[in-house]
Design a protein around this ligand. Structure first.
Ligand code: FAD
Ligand code: UQ1
Length: 414
């Protein structure tokens, strides 16, 4: 049973970046990362893997190679939190004590909430870019598609990268068009949300695209069941729960699963809010009840869209506030809610949505152009620049694009 100055739970985007910041600051032996997986995946690339623009292998690196060498990697899974005694319990039966804890456990995919899943993934045409096991099947399904309905779902829970469920739809649509197969397809989106996108400026741009490209959009419509034998997806109207669910035939079905905080976290009632997410101050990222616990990324209840870009926005805040906390000083850094979502609308075009706690009404924009217009420059940024930026973030060398906005606006910008 070991003890560390800082324990980080999770070696994903937020966990790696946090460990990198503090392992170099505190020195060898002071920081531990608890993470069970062998590989670290750059999940944002999976949209392009499912859309046939990248290979799955390009998105992964061995965990060992992305964790800082000065941190100790505990290859184990946290199974319990004991915040009153500042320790966590692991699957191997160890207790790890900490002075400070960073919780960066990401989200859990809950396919089994949908009747017929995950079994239906073993049948033709059903896939999900959200899961390592099913992302290649999206590209297979696009290639094999002959005729009928291509159906895309968005669940009735918070998700990571809220744009991803429709990015793959635009990619599919454009590819079918480019290959002269579009006439044989109905492209259908079913979303549990009452809007196509949360920020009006980008929602307006997306409504224009779905109209121009003849895509059917169903709002407040939630996937509840998949019937692979009849190739039907069953949707419930969330505003009319008394109505019988509607069956939609599919040739291709892309599922975005319901998500939650991982079970271990959501069952740790002392540290989560009523929705099961780590209960932190949305500006300082410090836990609301335990000052030696901080959170970063998707598993927190920070009210912004869950993305790696948000992790980038949070990491500089965490660096400053956790350092201040270790030195017994007040927490001065405040997270502004920065997040972004490169809305890929085809194999060579992308809308770059950026926003923060203040948007709407006013979206943020890093680049001096209208980012709501689909552009190849933004596609290149997403497909060719962002992967490098991401791997650098894991080393602690990227704290989001705020620095560019500050430079461009001489410090006057958000
Ligand atoms: P993660 O990176 O998911 O890491 C969580 C880690 O915690 C995992 O390694 C996991 O193994 C570990 N863990 C879980 N439970 C335990 C436990 N009990 N004990 C120890 N460790 C545990 N973001 C963007 O910014 N732009 C995009 O374009 C974009 N597109 C996306 C497309 C797809 C298809 C997907 C799936 C995601 C996309 N994202 C995008 C979102 C982005 O990947 C996440 O928001 C980001 O990875 C969140 O980082 P995190 O550290 O919170 O969680
Ligand atoms: C970003 O910082 C980031 O994290 C590294 C992403 O995740 C992969 C993104 O998709 C984006 C868009 C950003 C923000 C960066 C710029 C230059 C707008």
């Amino acid at each position: 049973n070991k003890s560390f100055k800082l324990v980080v739970v999770g070696g994903g985007s937020g966990g790696c970046a946090s460990a990198a910041k503090f392992a170099s600051k505190l020195g060898a032996g002071q920081v531990a990362v608890i993470e069970p997986r062998d590989m670290h995946y750059y999940q944002a690339m999976w949209t392009l893997v499912g859309g046939g623009q990248k290979k799955l292998e390009q998105s992964g690196k061995p965990m060992q190679s992305v964790l800082p060498s000065k941190a100790e990697w505990i290859k184990d899974k946290v199974v319990g939190f004991d915040p009153d005694n500042s320790k966590v319990m692991t699957q191997n039966g160890d207790e790890i004590s900490y002075e400070f804890l960073v919780v960066a456990m990401g989200l859990q995919l809950n396919f089994d909430v949908i009747k017929g899943l995950p079994e239906a993934f073993e049948t033709p045409g059903v896939s999900s870019n959200y899961d390592l096991r099913y992302v290649n099947k999206t590209w297979e399904s696009i290639q094999q598609f002959k005729e009928g309905n291509c159906v895309f779902s968005f669940p009735n829970t918070p998700v990571k990268c809220a744009g991803a469920p429709q990015k793959i739809m635009y990619l599919t649509e454009k590819i079918l068009r480019m290959e002269n197969r579009r006439d044989h397809a109905n492209i259908i989106y079913h979303t549990s949300l009452p809007v196509i996108f949360g920020v009006k400026k980008y929602a307006d741009a997306l409504w224009k695209i779905v109209e121009e490209r003849n895509i059917e959009v169903n709002l407040r419509s939630n996937l509840v069941e998949v019937r692979p034998d009849t190739r039907e997806a069953i949707f419930q109207n969330l505003d009319k729960p008394e109505e019988a669910p509607k069956a939609v035939k599919y040739s291709m079905l892309h599922v975005t699963p319901p998500m939650s905080a991982p079970d271990v976290l959501r069952n740790s009632s002392k540290i989560v809010d009523e929705n099961g997410f780590l209960n932190v101050n949305k500006e300082t990222l410090q836990h609301m009840n335990y000052p030696n616990i901080f959170g970063i990324g998707d598993c927190t209840n920070v009210p912004t869209s869950k993305t790696a870009a948000a992790v980038a926005g949070m990491i500089g805040i965490l660096r400053r506030n956790l350092t201040a906390s270790m030195n017994g000083q007040p927490l001065k850094a405040k997270y502004d809610g920065y997040t972004s979502c490169p809305l890929v609308t085809g194999p060579n075009e992308c809308i770059l949505a950026e926003f923060d706690f203040q948007s709407p009404p006013q979206p943020l924009e890093t680049f001096p152009i209208n980012q709501a217009k689909p552009r190849w420059t933004m596609y290149n940024m997403k497909a060719h620049v962002m992967p490098h930026v991401y791997w650098q973030m894991l080393n602690g060398w990227w704290e989001g694009p705020k620095i560019f906005r500050k430079l461009a606006h001489l410090g006057m910008s958000r």
